[in-house]
Write a protein that binds this ligand. Structure first.
Ligand code: ATP
Length: 316
């Protein structure tokens, strides 16, 4: 058993905000809106288990420097994937130290990311690295003893709508250069088996493994951006399209799993406030809706509600 961080007592726990949700649900956008417009002393601590590593920025869909709007971000791109595989217990140690630092600056820690195993390791009072509360035929019971005073916000989007958005997002990631990033990654040899529990697990890497085994040195066009047309039926195109199809499928599977893990924590008694962002995403994937309408729905349905939740939490 790992002891709870020394600073946390049951009487006076530190307040943190935890923004949860599946991949693509808008957690980063919400955290930046909160930090830039309402709670300006916020600092963001990433809790996505792939985004902690340096590399594969597009493939793991990291927030860009521009999108960060100078809000301090921690544990984002900070771990060298060739040296360390970050275990939940390591995350607990690093993130709890950062929370103490943020608090010493009178800041508000916003823990933002979709990896429930990392969030669980950080906030449970006594974390057992050998216990698994999410997986297996006989998962361990979820602990409700938390070492922080947590405001959990869950940005949720109904899965059929989210999947439409995720499919579009993969296309946008290709436009942004994901394939080129993977070409460089595979050609650098960093995806060796030894790292398979770290960055090499990112969706995009295993899905492209067969492709790069068949075409190790000479992908037809490293800068290609989209799915090849159905008339292009040569082997290279077929493998490429198959890899993209798998990326989309596995992203849907990831989103579903992440949602079920959050629901499990809520069902176990964690005070998770669910915010339904479905209508925002429905508008975003519907061609007729302009970006102004999407922004308006976001403000009303997600941001305003979140601000109210955080304000009430801080006033308690
Ligand atoms: P698990 O119990 O599976 O470890 P978790 O809650 O710790 O789940 P998740 O965030 O659900 O962590 O990640 C599970 C898997 O999803 C990762 O191992 C990886 O394959 C993929 N994944 C997670 N985040 C990303 C990301 N940002 N980019 C690409 N793939 C990701």
């Amino acid at each position: 058993m790992e002891q709870s961080p020394a600073f946390a007592t049951s009487v006076n726990k530190q307040k943190i905000v935890v923004i949860m949700g599946s991949t693509g649900a808008g957690k980063s956008r919400l955290s930046i809106d909160l930090a830039t417009r309402y709670f300006k002393n916020s600092e963001i601590i990433n809790s996505d288990k792939m985004q902690v590593y340096t590399g594969l920025d597009i493939t793991t869909n990291k927030i860009t420097m521009e999108e960060q709007f100078n809000v301090p971000h921690h544990l984002l791109s900070t771990i060298d994937p060739t040296k360390t595989v970050l275990a939940p217990s390591d995350f607990r140690k690093l993130a709890s130290e950062i929370i103490s630092d943020v608090k010493s600056r009178h800041g508000l820690p916003l823990v933002v990311g979709g990896s429930c195993s990392l969030i669980y390791s950080l906030v449970t009072n006594e974390f057992d690295p050998n216990s698994d509360v999410f997986n297996g035929p006989l998962p361990d019971p979820v602990s409700t003893e938390l070492c922080y005073d947590c405001c959990f916000i869950w940005v949720d989007v109904c899965l059929p709508v989210l999947n439409q958005y995720l499919s579009k997002r993969v296309d946008e990631m290709l436009d942004a250069g994901m394939f080129k990033e993977l070409v460089d990654y595979f050609q650098s040899g960093e995806c060796e088996r030894v790292f398979e529990s770290g960055l090499g697990q990112s969706i995009g890497v295993p899905e492209f493994e067969t492709y790069f085994k068949k075409f190790p040195d000479t992908p037809a066009d490293p800068n290609r951006k989209q799915i090849s047309s159905s008339e292009d039926s040569d082997e290279e195109n077929v493998e490429y399209n198959e890899a993209i199809r798998r990326i989309k499928e596995n992203t849907y599977v990831l989103a579903k799993k992440q949602v079920s893990k959050i629901a499990k924590l809520k069902d176990a008694g964690w005070n998770v406030k669910r915010i339904d962002a479905t209508e925002v995403f429905r508008a975003a994937v519907t061609a007729e809706c302009g970006s102004e309408k999407v922004a308006e729905l976001w403000e009303k349905l997600v941001l305003e509600r979140s601000v109210k939740i955080v304000e009430e939490f801080l006033a308690e």
